[in-house]
Design a protein around this ligand. Structure first.
Ligand SMILES: NC(=O)C1=CN([C@@H]2O[C@H](COP(=O)(O)OP(=O)(O)OC[C@H]3O[C@@H](n4cnc5c(N)ncnc54)[C@H](O)[C@@H]3O)[C@@H](O)[C@H]2O)C=CC1
Ligand SMILES: O=C(O)[C@@H]1CCC=N1
Length: 286
């Protein structure tokens, strides 16, 4: 890890500043604290004062203004919504230390758009993460902007690997990554919800149905990971000829559930592209 350079403007000498401490921002911050980062090496901001107070109390992290946070930070992590990125870049660009690494977790917003809102040559890394990082089982994909080096990618990998797995990918994969692993937890929770309701419909008490479904989801994920088998093989092992599973799967195929998943993920990919286009149109030069 490089050291923070001396800078007389610096009110907080942080290693990492995180701007936008909502759901995903807290996911990153809490993971770093769990991984043993000293809270005094972290500084964060949120434009909602009550949210800032909540995180300060929960993690002992200094919550400050965007400009204070950015000045002197060697890594600046942006976790605001894509629609709020333009304003945030314009606000922080004059205060960024030369060479500070800017990391964006926003869906859609590409590194070209980020770079256009920052001083020339500022290194940028774009990330797509997900909420299972809250239990250290996250999946993140990262891509370098034009001025980011291997050292910058390694720094981001270090930050994110505190809470799960990290893949380095070409940037043009990131809209698809967003559709699959970024939004993915929501699809799986949706399936869990549907199965719990089905259990209730079949006469199971809600708590029993919930326990059955959640453990089945967890066990199936663990079996997939630990066996290394293809999901088709694992599904076939459950599907006895003429049995109950085959009857259920036939209904899922008849209701075009597989095609619905494909359409859903195309819609997510297209929305990521639309967010990128909107962010590009909003872009301002510092
Ligand atoms: N929630 C998720 O599962 C995932 C979210 N993301 C991305 O993370 C970003 C944040 O999403 P969420 O955390 O879900 O949204 P959120 O709405 O929970 O958090 C955004 C936070 O940013 C704060 N904020 C907005 N403008 C600000 C500014 N100028 N300065 C300081 N704070 C500001 C808001 O007060 C809010 O607390 C989005 O760009 C989203 O695409 C990416 C992957 C997964
Ligand atoms: O729904 C969204 O736009 C964000 C990006 C991926 C997950 N949540």
């Amino acid at each position: 890890m490089t050291t923070v350079e001396e800078d007389v403007r610096v009110p907080h000498r942080s290693r990492l500043a995180l701007l936008g401490a909502g759901v995903m921002g807290e996911t990153v911050l809490s993971g770093l604290v769990r991984a043993g980062w000293d809270p005094s090496d972290l500084v964060a901001t949120d434009r909602r004062p009550e949210r800032a107070a909540e995180l300060e109390a929960a993690y002992g992290i200094t919550m400050t203004s965007n400009l204070d946070a950015v000045a002197g930070a060697e890594t600046v992590v942006l976790v605001v919504k894509p629609q709020d990125m333009r304003g945030l870049l314009a606000e922080i660009a004059p205060a960024l230390a030369a060479g500070a690494l800017v990391v964006s977790l926003a869906a859609g917003v590409d590194t070209g758009t980020l770079e256009a809102g920052l001083p020339a040559g500022q290194p940028v890394v774009r990330v797509m993460a997900n909420t299972p990082a809250q239990v250290d089982e996250g999946m993140a994909a990262i891509a370098a902007g034009s001025a980011a080096t291997g050292e910058h990618l390694e720094r981001v990998r270090d930050i994110l690997s505190a809470t799960g797995r990290v893949a380095v990918v070409p940037e043009h994969y990131l809209d698809a990554v967003t559709a699959i692993s970024g939004s993915g937890p929501a699809y799986l929770f949706f399936v869990v919800e549907a199965m719990i309701e089905a259990g209730v419909h079949l006469g199971l008490p809600r708590d029993v149905s919930t326990e059955l479904v959640v453990q089945t989801m967890l066990g199936s994920a663990k079996l997939l990971r630990e066996s290394g088998e293809h999901p088709t093989v694992l599904r076939e092992r459950v599907t006895s000829p003429g049995g109950t599973t085959a009857a259920a799967l036939r209904e899922l195929e008849d209701h075009k559930v597989r095609a619905a998943f494909l359409s859903a993920m195309e819609a997510a990919r297209d929305r990521s592209r639309a967010l990128a286009a909107a962010a590009r149109e909003q872009q301002v030069t510092p």
